[in-house]
Design a protein around this ligand. Structure first.
Ligand SMILES: C[S@@+](CC[C@H](N)C(=O)[O-])C[C@H]1O[C@@H](n2cnc3c(N)ncnc32)[C@H](O)[C@@H]1O
Length: 387
């Protein structure tokens, strides 16, 4: 069967790689989505294992409709009693870009009517709609007159891993953090540091990857558990296998923050994943007054952007970051994500790579700053000599 995993802008390739590693076949990349083939087992495993998917969808039907009546008729052709009983609740999530359907809400209402009418006619009772916490989440996608209906097998978005009970002031999305770590190419052997770790998202995602812990190991609920064909035995086997797959890895992972309270929050989040015990070293440290914890390593961080966390002078703040990196973090590969382009320029370091990503709605750049010993020119010469 066909499966669709959705992701964030810029993470499509990373997600496709994860899907292939998990056993997905005929993997195809689209804008913010990856399609692949697999069985129900792979669909469950995708929810547990994909670090960069925001949800995993099961396509039910694809058709064209030029107006609401046609949409209603074609939705009625799907046998809804295979998916929803009158005891279950459901919701329709519309994504509509169409000159045929001007109001996404109205199109969703038509779909809801078609489902409810069919089930009432067949079963004598209708299921209720629950937009907050539905048992079955149905996605309606309309692009001009092309419609597709998909079941959301994840339920809540997969960035809700179930470990970040405590947020910092501006936590980064877990899926984005995992995607950034993948984009850096981190090998899970090199020391990893987030010197402004906030609620700990980067270091927790890094530690889970290093220890081969499934990203959703702490999640209790997934949409597919409410489906009529849910196979608890298959899910239990996949989950048990994930517990069995956890590996030892003593790669040093450090999370620092200047706020004592924030460090405690990060610690509590990490503690909520029992298998992570002892994997991350947290400490209260001011980045500007401390130095690197290991000789070489990778630094990944999102400093304040002046959006949710204010500094007195954001451009000066980034200038200090740049100076600190230059003088105290030589030997490291630094990766910084920020939506503040002016401030990024003040780092005063030339980026070897710049990748556009979105942190929530904010267009951001992930910049790669290798911190060479001596000048860049000397490093180049050294590299040339090494070849
Ligand atoms: C945007 S938040 C990081 C969010 C984090 N990635 C998360 O997922 O929660 C920036 C963090 O930088 C910290 N910070 C600001 N100035 C700092 C400094 N001089 N040294 C260390 N941490 C600092 C703040 O306390 C805040 O937690």
């Amino acid at each position: 069967m066909k499966i669709v995993a959705r992701t964030l802008v810029g993470l499509e390739e990373v997600l496709a790689k994860e899907i292939k590693e998990l056993g997905g076949e005929d993997v195809e990349i689209f804008n913010r989505a990856v399609e692949y083939k697999g069985d129900m087992r792979l669909l469950y495993a995708s929810n547990l294992w994909l670090r960069t998917a925001i949800d995993v969808l099961l396509p039910l039907s694809k058709f064209t409709a030029n107006n609401e009546e046609e949409l209603y008729d074609k939705i009625q052709r799907i046998n809804w009693s295979n998916y929803i009983t009158s005891e279950k609740t459901f919701s329709i999530v519309p994504i509509v870009h169409s000159s045929y359907f001007n109001h996404s809400h109205y199109a969703a209402l038509k779909v809801k009517d078609a489902i409810v009418d069919q089930l009432r006619e067949k079963k004598g009772r209708r299921p209720n709609v629950n937009t907050e916490n539905p048992d079955v989440k149905i996605m309606l996608r309309i692009s001009e007159n092309k419609c597709s209906v998909l079941l959301n097998s994840s339920g809540d978005s997969l960035f809700k891993r179930g470990y970040r009970t405590y947020g910092g002031a501006a936590p980064i999305n877990e899926v984005l953090a995992a995607g950034i770590i993948a984009l850096t190419g981190w090998d899970a052997k090199t020391p990893f540091v987030d010197p402004m770790c906030g609620s700990g998202t980067f270091v927790i995602e890094a530690a889970m990857k290093a220890r081969n812990i499934a990203p959703s190991i702490n999640r209790k609920e997934f949409g597919f558990m409410n489906w009529l064909d849910y196979r608890e035995d298959i899910w239990n086997a996949i989950y048990k296998e994930a517990e069995y797959c956890i590996e030892e890895n003593d790669v040093p992972i450090f999370g620092f923050d200047k706020s004592r309270q924030t460090v405690r929050i990060a610690e509590m989040n990490a503690e909520s994943i029992p298998a992570l015990k002892g994997t991350i070293q947290f400490e209260m440290k001011d980045f500007f007054k401390s130095s690197k914890p290991t000789d070489k390593g990778i630094l990944v961080t999102n400093p304040p952007y002046e959006v949710r966390i204010k500094t007195n002078n954001i451009e000066m703040f980034y200038e200090f970051i740049g100076n600190t990196l230059k003088h105290k973090w030589v030997g490291y590969d630094a990766w910084i994500i920020s939506s503040n382009m002016q401030a990024l320029k003040r780092l005063g370091l030339s980026a070897k790579k710049k990748i556009t990503l979105f942190n929530a709605q904010l267009e951001s750049k992930l910049v790669y700053l290798p911190l060479y010993e001596g000048s860049k020119k000397a490093k180049k010469q050294q590299e040339n000599q090494e070849v």
